[in-house]
Design a protein around this ligand. Structure first.
Ligand code: MG
Length: 408
């Protein structure tokens, strides 16, 4: 479909609905946690007493303490970790403190709807994710169930992860190729290289994406899956030209070649480039995923658990894409607690059959010093534990020491 005709199609659909854009409606369907744990849902022991945040160098950890003293831990998306901390401490915690953890979905809906003007794309969902995931960790601990069981049950006991690395750290094709070879030796079967152009730097004059693709493919051979991420770096026309050049390198997928909100451009790229195109890391709700699939298109979607409101939002997206028969290739730019949360989510998500992102330990300085029991890595896969909650121990003293150091 030509772009002009496509835009007209969108316009007539929205006009038919009588709205400037299709109405955002949040699903209020609950997963039955309150009914499943009906006695505990009435017990004051499982009411949230306190929510705290802790700054690490490149992370924002969140704890949720219950009246009975049990603590759940997780992390919030830390793109602007001090603003997220303020939002949690000053606003969001007021919705959750004093509520029973088995009412998490009801409280989550209340919070998101009441604070809708602060989001839902960005800081609001980035911040609520940390609270939501920490609540699920606490819920797992008090029910003695792993989080995946609270999400509907484990469909797989290990997950292939793909190594995700970036031009910021490996700035030349030679350096990237050397790292790629090392990643293959470590056992990875799939990898993604992020060009990190960004919306602010679209169609850069020094675009060397093709040189990177060529060097990476030569380094890893033809048996390892390679994908690339343009990080929103191109206009529609340039993305189509570049995409055609990249077809020669057998990419498993090409991520965000253009702006995530430009559905017309996305549709044109999907229609004209013979590489699987992936969007979704900037779609934060079921409704935004729906719009992306309806008006743009995406071979698979890559929402991020820390951007879409945690397990509550992630479960709804997982259920939605199962109905659409679209696969999940989860975005996960935070290697430590976020990865553990992501594993529980994808283990319980039907459409998560692709490799899932792992941004390498180097991206979370200090965070692994605070954790024990991180899932075992073997042959490119992470093996999920069946311990209660997230199944990892957080060293609270170490977390507090980092917080003291980085809180200014
Ligand atoms: Mg990406």
């Amino acid at each position: 479909m030509k772009r002009s005709k496509f835009i007209k199609t969108i316009s007539s659909a929205t006009l038919a609905a009588g709205l400037p854009f299709p109405m955002m409606t949040f699903s209020t369907q609950q997963t039955g946690l309150r009914a499943r744990f009906s006695e505990m849902a009435k017990d004051d022991d499982f009411v949230i007493k306190d929510i705290d945040t802790y700054l690490l160098r490149k992370a924002l950890f969140v704890s949720v303490e219950l009246n009975n003293g049990v603590k759940g831990w997780a992390e919030a998306m830390p793109n602007d970790k001090r603003s997220s901390r303020t939002l949690i401490e000053k606003t969001l915690k007021n919705y959750f403190e004093g509520t029973n953890i088995f009412d998490v979905e009801k409280t989550w809906d209340q919070c998101i709807k009441s604070e809708y003007d602060l989001g839902p794309g960005g800081l609001l969902t980035y911040s609520i994710s940390g609270i939501d995931c920490a609540i699920y960790d606490a819920m797992g601990k008090v029910t003695q169930k792993p989080v995946y069981d609270l999400l509907g049950g484990r469909l797989r006991d290990s997950v292939e992860i793909y190594a995700s690395f970036t031009r910021d750290v490996y700035p030349t094709p030679e350096k990237a190729a050397e790292k790629a070879k090392q990643l293959v030796e470590e056992g990875y079967k799939t990898m993604k290289f992020r060009m990190r152009w960004g919306l602010e730097n679209q169609d850069p004059p020094n675009d060397n994406t093709v040189q990177f693709a060529k060097a990476l493919r030569a380094s890893i051979g033809t048996d390892i899956r390679l994908s690339m991420d343009a990080n929103m770096g191109h206009t529609e026309k340039r993305a189509i030209t570049l995409g055609k050049e990249l077809e020669a390198f057998d990419l498993a997928w090409w991520e965000e070649p253009t702006a995530p909100y430009d559905y017309g451009a996305i549709k044109a790229i999907v229609d004209n480039v013979n590489i699987p195109i992936v969007f979704g890391e900037h779609a934060y709700t079921v409704e935004q995923i729906d719009h992306l699939l309806t008006y743009g298109g995406s071979w698979a979607v890559n929402p991020d658990l820390l951007k879409c409101g945690g397990f509550t939002g992630g479960k709804r997206i997982g259920d939605f894409i199962a109905k659409k028969d679209v696969k999940l290739v989860a975005h996960n730019s935070r290697p430590s607690l976020s990865t553990v949360c992501m594993l529980h989510w994808v283990c319980a998500t039907k459409m998560a059959t692709l490799p899932q992102e792992f941004a390498l330990r180097e991206k979370a300085p200090g965070a692994f010093d605070c954790l024990s029991g991180f899932p075992e890595f073997k042959n490119g896969r992470l093996y999920i534990s069946d311990r209660p909650g997230l199944g990892v121990e957080v060293d609270e003293e170490q977390v507090k020491a980092f917080d003291k150091k980085y809180t200014k």
